[in-house]
Design a binder for this molecule. Sequence first.
Ligand code: GRF
Length: 200
Amino acid sequence: MQKITVLVSGGGTNLQAIIDAITCGEIKNAKIVQVISSNSKAFSLERARKHGIAAKVIDKETYPDLNDRTDALIFALKEEDTDLVVLAGYMSVLDAKLIQAYEGRIINIHPSLIPKFCGKGFYGKRVHQAVLDAGETQTGATVHFVDEGVDTGEVILQESVPVLNGDTADILAARVLITEHKILIKAIKKLLEEKNLGGK
Ligand code: GRF
C-alpha cells in the first residue's frame, strides 16, 4: 500500500479528485494517510474528515518559526510513513530541508503551462488573469516535481486548455481546474506505478 500525504490550503477540489480516484479504484494500491493544511479554515479539512482521513493543521499561527514548522511537517510525513507528498492548492513555501528529505517524491499541480505564468506571485486567479492580459489563446495545467525553486521542478505532465472569447479569470480558472484534476490523477498513477514508491 503506497502512502500519500496531501498538503492543502484551500477548497480542496484537487484533494477531492484524489480521494475519488482512490475510492473508485482508478488509483490502486494507495491510501491518503493524512491531509495537512497551512490554513485552519480550509474546506479541504472538511473533505478529509468526511472520508475518515486524518486532517491536520500546520500553520504559521501554531508554528510562527519556519524551522519549527518544517520540523513539524517532516515529523508528520515520517510518522505516517509517507511515500508521496502531493501539494494540492498548497500556498506555503516548503523549506529546503523538507524538499531534500523527500527529493523526487513531492509533486505540485500548477494552473498554467510551465514555464509560462509561474513562479513567485503566480498563484490562483492571478495566473489566469495574467494569461488573459497576455492575450494567450491557450493555457493549461502542469504537474511537476517540487524542488527548491518556485514552480521550477521537472515537469511530469502537462495538458493544454483553450482560452475562449469572453473568458474571465473565474471562467478560465474553472475550465483549467477540470484539467488539473485529470492530469493530477494521471501523474499520481504514473509515479506510483513507475516508482513503486511504497513497494520497498
Ligand atoms: C487550483 O487552481 C490549483 O491549481 C492551485 O490551487 C487552486 C485551488 O485548488 N494550486 P483546490 O481546489 O484547493 O484543490
